[in-house]
Design a binder for this molecule. Structure first.
Ligand SMILES: [Zn+2]
Length: 288
């Protein structure tokens, strides 16, 4: 945090320096645009091909082929979900939360893409429907579906409270990936990464810049839907924080399940569509 009483005296032109207007780092207009007309048509008459119910304080994996869709649905009560995505054929290509944040902002909604790690750096999924898009940003600066948090984990819990809690999202995702792939737990853990916080309401406090959470506005029936741009292995954890309105990393919050539906697109709607190619940078990095 910034000191409330700085040790350094401000220069004479401090106000002028602060008054410099910001520029957007990555204007999204220059990104390849998703074909939202096609994607909406695919979703309009989509059929449910598979359904996975994620138990509270646990995680489950699901698989989606490129050109299929998936949606995360609130059932029974307000609940936050932590989402990991991998290339189904190569776990080293995984969701890159930080770059997605740099490209689309702190919180995602319809039309935003979930980008993959280097060197592929391509869209893994595109948000195609968001029933919480009405929320916008509240007066605290909070919003839903963030890419600013990481995932609750037992290591940070240990630092802060001294105890061991085994049902943080990090551990839930680790167990689910190990079960799905047959990898040993420690190998699976290395593939777990920073998440998309589905339905979670978060922000940075305006005065101190601290990460905050507040009770999610999600209600049963709310959904966040995605087009799978490549073949995906996904894992979703139903966070032990429940609606994340008070505590996490323990068993005190009321938790609910989450449902993941995999959807086949409307017949013919994805004909001729191709998954995005990996990034074209030649990886020579200026070396001789
Ligand atoms: Zn969590």
């Amino acid at each position: 945090m910034k000191p409330s009483r700085p040790e350094t005296t401000a220069p004479a032109d401090a106000d002028a320096r602060r008054a410099v207007a910001p520029v957007i780092c990555y204007p999204p207009e220059t990104l390849p645009a998703p074909d939202m007309v096609r994607y909406r048509a695919a979703l309009a008459e989509a059929r449910v091909a598979d359904t996975t119910l994620v138990s509270p304080r646990d995680a489950a994996c699901f698989r989606v082929r490129a050109g299929q869709m998936f949606r995360i649905v609130s059932v029974e009560g307000p609940q936050v979900g932590d989402l990991n995505l991998w290339n189904a054929h190569d776990l080293s290509e995984r969701f890159y939360s930080g770059k997605t944040r740099a490209l689309h902002g702190t919180h995602l909604s319809t039309g935003d893409r979930l980008w993959s790690s280097f060197p592929s750096l391509r869209p893994m999924a595109t948000v195609i429907a968001d029933s919480l898009d009405w929320y916008g940003f509240d007066s605290f600066g909070g919003s839903v579906h963030d890419v600013i948090g990481t995932r609750c984990d037992p290591y940070t819990g240990r630092l802060l409270s001294g105890g061991d809690y085994h049902h943080c999202c990090h551990s839930n995702l680790t167990r689910a990936l190990a079960t799905e792939t047959g990898l040993p737990l420690t190998e699976a853990e290395a593939h777990v990464h920073d998440v998309l916080n589905v339905f979670m309401c978060t922000g940075f406090s305006r005065d101190t810049g601290q990460y905050f959470m507040k009770a999610s506005p999600v209600r049963p029936g709310d959904r966040l839907a995605f087009m799978a741009e490549i073949d995906l292995l996904g894992a979703l954890s139903a966070c032990p924080g429940g609606d994340c309105g008070s505590a996490h990393s323990n068993d005190t919050a009321t938790c609910f399940p989450l449902r993941v539906d995999v959807l086949d697109p409307a017949p013919g709607s994805m004909d001729g569509w191709q998954p995005p190619a990996p990034n074209a940078y030649d990886r020579s990095h200026g070396a001789d």
